[in-house]
Structures are given as C-alpha cells and as structure tokens.
Design a protein around this ligand. Structure first.
Ligand code: TYD
Length: 207
C-alpha cells in the first residue's frame, strides 16, 4: 500500500507523517518512510542541488527534470521493490508536487509535465494521498514564526504559492477517490485522527 502526503510549505504534513508513524509503531505495523526529493543516495544528491539557494540560475526545465530524475531513482530503487513485497510505503511528497509546483506554479505545460511524471514514476501511483490545505496567508504567518533559512524553492513569491495551492485543489478534484483534502488549520490532533481513521480503514488486518 502506498500513501503520499502533499501540501504547500508549512502545511504541517511532516508533523502528521511523524504522528502516523508513531501510531503505526505503537500497533507494530511495519512501514517504510520516504521523503521527496530524496530517499536514495542519488536522489539525496539531486535534492541538494535542487534546494541550494545558491542555484538561482536553475532553469524551470532543469528543475522539472531534476525532481523527476530524483523520483525515477527512488521509484526503481525503493518504492517498486517495497510495493512488490506488500510493504506499507509512506511518502512525504510525491508526483503531485511536480504537477503543482512545476506545472501550475512555474507555468510549464501541464501535458508535458504529466508525460514526464508518467515516465519518472513508471506509472506507480499512491493508493491514497492526504492533501493538507492551508492558505498562502497562513503559510506566511507560519513561516514568520520559524527562523529556518529559506531554501531555493521557498524563495518563491505569493503568486507562485497561490498557483500551487490552486493546482492542488484542482488535482484533488480530478481524483476524489485518491485524495483526502484536509483543512490544515484544524488542530494537530483533529488532523491526526482524520488521517488515522482513513489509514486504519485501508489496512488489510483490523487493529
Ligand atoms: P522540503 O524541505 O522537503 O519541504 P517540505 O517540508 O515543504 O516538503 O523541500 C521540498 C521543496 O521542493 C518544497 O518547496 C516543494 C518542492 N518540490 C517541488 O517543487 N517539486 C517536486 O516534485 C517536489 C517533490 C518538491
């Protein structure tokens, strides 16, 4: 089973992924946790290039191809073999991030982005995707509270993030079976419960 987590920066997905893994561990359910870009030696090296704020000259196509290259390596080296063994795979960001950040955000042709996505994922799709939805304003007020240095992607402006958010809402709307849209302004505990209820319902054995 393959589950991904999506949302604009500061939406709280990393916190929720952590809470889910704690709950799975408590119930002795094995899982494999991955994050994108990253998850293999090659993908982590690509991540460094992608997020380095010094790489201001990166073209949009280079960015698209690097995120996709990182993913292609992760899918063939880790995700596909894990799913073949029926493992539970959790991924903090996956292909929808490319559709919305590079497609909607950067404005690259959606048809081309989707074709590259299919190549990079070998058509491996999540069974369920949790989209934690917050407004761009909310993202900014959360960013103002943290003093972590911004990476290259986080240096984008409001309009970029508004397009990314709209993109998420559209892709979620296109695949209502796969997406669970969650209001990210709810309490951490409420969101944790929503996610756990969904995941529990998907597990082959009931706990
Ligand atoms: P990361 O530090 O992992 O951020 P987050 O905690 O928000 O997931 O950085 C990943 C950044 O890369 C994030 O800004 C989203 C962006 N991204 C894309 O633009 N396209 C992609 O395909 C992926 C996977 C991430």
């Amino acid at each position: 089973m393959f589950i991904s987590f999506e949302g604009i920066d500061c939406c709280g997905k990393t916190t929720q992924v952590k809470l889910l893994t704690e709950q799975l561990t408590e119930k002795s359910i094995d899982y494999l946790l991955l994050r994108e870009p990253g998850g293999t030696i090659i993908s982590e090296e690509i991540r460094t290039i992608l997020l380095d704020a010094k790489n201001k000259n990166m073209t949009q196509i280079t960015e698209l191809l690097l995120f996709s290259a990182s993913r292609a390596q992760l899918v063939s080296e880790v995700i596909k073999p894990a799913l073949q063994k029926n493992s539970l795979v959790l991924c903090d960001r996956y292909v929808d991030s490319t559709t919305v950040y590079q497609g909607y955000g950067r404005g690259l042709t959606l048809g081309a982005v989707k074709t590259i996505n299919r190549v990079a994922t070998f058509d491996v799709k999540p069974d369920k995707t949790f989209f934690l939805d917050i407004t761009v304003k909310e993202m900014e007020s959360r960013q103002a509270l943290s003093n972590v240095k911004k990476d290259r992607m986080e240096l984008n402006n409001d309009e970029f993030y508004s397009r990314v958010r709209e993109g998420y809402l559209e892709v979620a709307n296109e695949e209502p079976e796969r997406f669970v849209v969650i209001d990210g302004k709810q309490s951490i505990e409420t969101i944790r419960e929503i996610i756990w209820k969904e995941v529990e319902g998907m597990l082959p054995i009931k706990y």
